[in-house]
Design a protein around this ligand. Structure first.
Ligand code: PMV
Length: 321
């Protein structure tokens, strides 16, 4: 039996993070320059039911039964088995490799879960529909992130630009005019769960203030949505900068993220913001083709460890430089 593989991209949040946890809309985009691949190889000669799971990025090479039941990888496998009414897997080796940076706002956990759940359901001969993959991934995201909004699993499952709002159908975006994003990694990893928890504590202390900030973020997100559908994001980066300032007010930016945002704008970006949970991770900057190099260089000399340049188009296609 040949090996079965499935991949999943990374993602970034264009706007609306944190507010999305409180029921506001947010926009997320797939990033295909980074991805996770899961390959499953049947091992008919191995001990019956022995599943070896190998994930070099987290130094894992173990028998599946040695993982705790609530380990995200074991949980993913259990959820796929449950969905497909399978009692136990045939003996196999599951190898997960990823180029998605961990803890950097690229949705590494959702990317791993989507690729594993897809590969596994294909391996079992019953490819699951996106809707089931999405639900399974959401369950596993809860182990990683506590109370996730569901945006990461959704954008990564469907690998297309989305407007996401809890409790509403997913809106796939038809981006009218493509634009370029520079994504710069601040070299400091952060825990999304901790950032979300910190915001929740501050919200509980002053609900009126935070509800108003979430409302203002929602307003910006709605404007970005309008621009994506009807206008030109390349000239509307200021909306993202406004979103960054609101994220600062809710306490999730850091001096280095602020410095990178400022440097990107000074170097010619039409706007910039932190992306994702904050406290570290990435900033994104909207740039014109002519300013990609200048903005990238400014970011690298202001604390960025790594740069990814992504061209966003309506169909979620991206190109790499
Ligand atoms: O840190 P990231 O890129 O996984 O994004 C988290 C986005 C939040 O809105 C902060 C949390 C969530 O679950 O939506």
């Amino acid at each position: 039996m040949p090996a079965i593989s499935a991949t999943a991209p990374g993602k970034i949040i264009l706007c609306g993070e944190h507010a999305v946890v409180y029921g506001k809309p947010a926009i997320a985009l797939p990033v295909i320059q980074v991805r996770t691949k899961t390959t499953i190889l049947a091992k008919p000669a191995a001990l019956s039911g022995k599943v070896q799971i190998i994930a070099p990025s987290i130094n894992l090479d173990t028998d599946l039964t040695h993982l705790p039941e609530d380990h995200p990888l074991r949980k993913t496998i259990a959820l796929v088995e449950q969905e497909l009414h399978v009692n136990a897997l045939p003996a196999c080796e599951i190898r997960i490799t990823t180029t998605v940076p961990l803890g950097a706002g690229f949705g590494s956990s959702a990317s791993v879960t989507v690729s594993l759940a897809r590969a596994l359901s294909n391996f079992l001969g019953h490819p699951l529909p996106d809707s089931s993959i999405n639900l399974i991934t959401y369950e596993v995201e809860k182990i990683h992130h506590g109370t996730p909004s569901g945006i990461d699993n959704t954008v990564i499952t469907y690998a297309a630009p989305i407007l996401f709002q809890k409790g509403y159908p997913i809106k796939f975006l038809d981006v009218l005019n493509g634009f370029i994003l520079v994504i710069a990694d601040s070299a400091s990893a952060s825990s999304t769960a901790e950032m979300v928890e910190g915001v929740r504590e501050r919200w509980q202390e002053d609900k009126a203030k935070y509800d108003q900030l979430f409302e203002r973020i929602a307003l910006v997100t709605t404007q970005v949505y309008e621009v994506l559908c009807k206008g030109n994001m390349a000239n509307s980066g200021a909306l993202l900068t406004e979103n960054h300032h609101l994220l600062r007010e809710i306490g999730v930016s850091t001096p280095i993220l602020d410095q990178m945002v400022k440097a990107a704008i000074e170097a010619g970006a039409s706007g910039a913001k932190l992306s994702g949970g904050g406290g570290g991770g990435n900033i994104i900057a909207v740039v014109s083709p002519g300013s990609v190099d200048r903005v990238s260089a400014a970011l690298l000399s202001n604390g960025a460890r790594n740069i990814i340049v992504t061209a966003i188009s309506g169909k979620g296609d991206s190109t790499h430089e």
